[in-house]
Design a protein around this ligand. Structure first.
Ligand code: F0G
Length: 350
């Protein structure tokens, strides 16, 4: 049997009744053990990455979007709208196309990675770029939705987090237990909230006997939860998490505190180091924001937070191909040579 997508696979755990799913067969992403990365950083633990970049539109957003669009379509909605740093807009555009609905996406001008912008356009969304960041874009979305009959598919839409919690189910289903630590990037703070919901549900029902400590990481230039105040002009190379006033701020703090976890910051430099290290040591390509979880893993190891033999899961939220510009930049591009064997051998150092 092929995987039916998160609505049908986890229907009994989602508030969808028997509504017919709008799906691209999202979910069922691989949980990949990364022993070479662990060895490289000197960590004696079992480290896994949940490779959410392998969802249909290349990010974890598909899990929530299938549920949100399923319910919007069932309610007769003709149009959806979202603010986004890119991935939500790509997912909204794709699932809206699948449902025969119109999508409007509002994004920060010039701050959307190329892959994400191309997706929203290809799926037929109307893309509006606004001056400012995600937070300003979200204010526009809220205003439009108050005045016109469009369904907001940002994470204030409760179906989004419901869908996203299924990643925690999959991790527990695969490991046969909950991990000891779950590390993930934090932007609008929906995903950390959703994972905690998923882990807690399995635990409450006795499917798992423990819950992980939730370890969230913000980029140092966009770390409102860490600093305890709204950041007016967030800046980071990890454009997906360039957010100064997260919508799920309070819920993320609750997940952190109930789990005995932490929400810390990592610098852009550490994010880019981790981004390269993961791709080079394990063959796994994730976008810069996703690498915040690997930078976080390294930081937690340096602080001796992770005990020997622990089971650790890092979410890689989006595929590396989402942001080819940064990938090429950090490597300084390629070497150009004439089409000549002798030169090739010389340049290769063989
Ligand atoms: N990683 C990636 C690749 C993301 O796209 C996002 C959020 C996050 C991490 C953070 O997740 O917001 O639930 O804390 N992207 C949103 C967007 C904001 O518009 O695509 P979060």
């Amino acid at each position: 049997m092929s995987w039916a997508g998160v609505v049908d696979q986890y229907r009994a755990r989602l508030p969808v009744g028997d509504t017919q799913a709008v799906t691209l067969h999202e979910g069922n992403t691989p949980l990949i053990e990364v022993p070479q990365l662990a060895r490289e950083i000197g960590l004696d633990a079992r480290v896994f990455v949940k490779y959410e970049g392998l969802n249909p539109t290349g990010s974890f957003k598909d899990r929530g979007m299938t549920v949100a669009i399923t319910m919007a379509a069932a309610a007769g909605s003709r149009a959806v709208i979202c603010a986004s740093t890119g991935n939500t807009s790509a997912a909204a555009a794709a699932y809206a196309a699948r449902a025969g609905m119109k999508a409007f996406v509002i994004v920060p001008e010039g701050k959307i990675a190329l892959g994400k912008l191309s997706q929203a356009l290809m799926h037929g969304a109307q893309v509006l770029e606004v001056k400012g960041g995600f937070d300003e874009a979200f204010e526009v979305v809220s205003g439009v939705a108050e005045a016109r009959p469009v369904t907001v598919v940002n994470s204030i839409n409760p179906y989004r987090l419901q869908g996203q919690k299924t990643a925690a189910f999959e991790i527990c289903d695969t490991l046969g237990r909950a991990p000891d630590f779950h590390i993930l990037p934090v932007g609008n703070a929906g995903n950390i909230t959703a994972y905690w919901m998923g882990y807690s549900e399995y635990h409450d029902e006795g499917i798992t006997s423990s819950r992980p400590r939730m370890m969230g990481f913000q980029a140092a230039g966009a770390a409102p939860i860490v600093e305890g105040r709204r950041v007016e002009k967030p800046e980071t190379v990890a454009s997906a998490i360039r957010i100064g006033n997260p919508v799920s701020w309070k819920q993320a703090e609750a997940a952190r505190d109930e789990s005995g976890g932490a929400i810390n910051a990592v610098t852009d430099e550490k994010i880019l180091d981790a981004y390269k290290l993961l791709a080079a040591t394990e063959g796994v390509f994730a976008e810069p924001a996703s690498a915040a979880s690997i930078a976080g893993l390294i930081a937690l190891h340096e602080e001796k937070v992770i005990s020997a033999g622990a089971t650790v899961v890092c979410t890689l939220t989006g595929h590396g191909l989402k942001d080819p510009t940064t990938a090429i930049d950090v490597n300084g591009g390629s070497t150009k040579i004439p089409a000549d064997v002798a030169t090739a051998i010389k340049v290769m150092g063989l």
